[in-house]
Write a protein that binds this ligand. Structure first.
Ligand SMILES: Nc1ncnc2c1ncn2[C@@H]1O[C@H](COP(=O)(O)OP(=O)(O)OP(=O)(O)O)[C@@H](O)[C@H]1O
Ligand SMILES: [Mg+2]
Length: 280
């Protein structure tokens, strides 16, 4: 593994949905064997960027480099061939199939033949032991907890030999105990040299597990910093400069939501109005 070449490099990625510029000229380098957080408010463009990397959306402009090599990713099959796996917030498992069947679905030429199943069973057992990813291979997905379903999604990616794993808001659906377990799994994956991109809007998670963090705000990448060299306050400021200003006024999440999306000048107007009406 060459530590100086990024596992992933995106250069100048832009993507619009009609009038909405979801990604504006975004560049990012993700180093191998690290957990790289992407943080930003709702609608900042995080999922769009990762969906481009996973071949779900086609960028209007920009280039993707995997381990230094320029790579076209027109669809998720191409992403998988490039060693990328993605765990979406809404899982894509077949509910009335077993864990084993879901893991090999689409990955094996022979479909659900017996020899594919027994090979998958062995691989699954190894992966479970290696990464604390144990789950009953014969259980139906619909009978599993959300945390276990998520493990199946991770197993699916690893079964396809992903070196790069993207997780989009993975803890949103988990209990705190399940989230702790997920973080141990991610730790183990990093220790094995895998590269992980963790999308979240929770500062605590960024501080706890990432090596590097990139901040997005309204379609732009506002900064990439080493986690050890930043703080929740600095990240909050980078995510939404308005937030800090609101907190200075002694309140109030409702107002933060109200002014979110406005610029500082817009905020000042609201703040002045709040003052005028004696709210603060
Ligand atoms: N398929 C789509 N069609 C139209 N607009 C879209 C589409 N996908 C995303 N957008 C818009 O692009 C912008 C970025 O959305 P995106 O889902 O990438 O943000 P996000 O950072 O992942 O937000 P969240 O934290 O809510 O998941 C938003 O304004 C969103 O409404
Ligand atoms: Mg999203």
């Amino acid at each position: 593994m060459n530590d100086t070449v990024p596992a992933i490099e995106l250069k100048g990625i832009s993507k619009a949905f009609g009038p909405v510029q979801a990604n504006k000229d975004i560049s990012i380098r993700v180093m191998p064997g690290t957990i790289h957080g992407i943080i930003g408010e709702n609608g900042a463009g995080k999922s769009t960027l990762m969906s481009i990397l996973y071949g779900f959306y086609k960028a209007d402009a920009g280039e993707i480099y995997i381990s230094g090599r320029k790579t076209d990713i027109p669809d998720s099959q191409a992403a998988i061939s490039a060693g990328i796996g993605m765990v979406f917030q809404h899982f894509k498992l077949v509910k009335n199939f077993t864990v084993l069947e879901n893991v090999i679905l689409g990955a094996e030429e022979g479909g659900l033949l017996n020899n594919s199943l027994s090979k998958a069973r062995k691989v699954l057992k190894q992966l479970a032991e290696e990464y604390e990813l144990s789950v009953d291979p014969d259980a139906l997905i619909e009978d599993l907890s959300v945390g276990h379903q998520q493990r199946v999604e991770i197993l699916k990616a690893l079964y396809r030999q992903a070196d790069i794993l993207i997780l989009d808001e993975p803890t949103g659906v988990l209990t705190p105990a399940e989230a702790d377990h997920l973080f141990r799994i991610l730790d183990n994956l990093r220790a094995e040299g895998k590269t992980i991109i963790l999308i979240t809007h929770k500062l605590r998670e960024i501080m706890e597990i990432t090596d590097t963090v990139s901040v997005m705000r309204r379609g732009e990448m506002t900064a990439t910093v080493k986690t050890s060299e930043t703080s929740p306050e600095e990240l909050a400021e980078l995510m939404d400069g308005i937030h800090e200003k609101c907190v200075e006024f002694g309140e109030a999440d409702g107002y933060v939501d109200y002014v979110r999306g406005a610029n500082i000048a817009g905020f000042k107007k609201v703040a002045d109005a709040m003052l005028a009406f004696g709210v603060v």
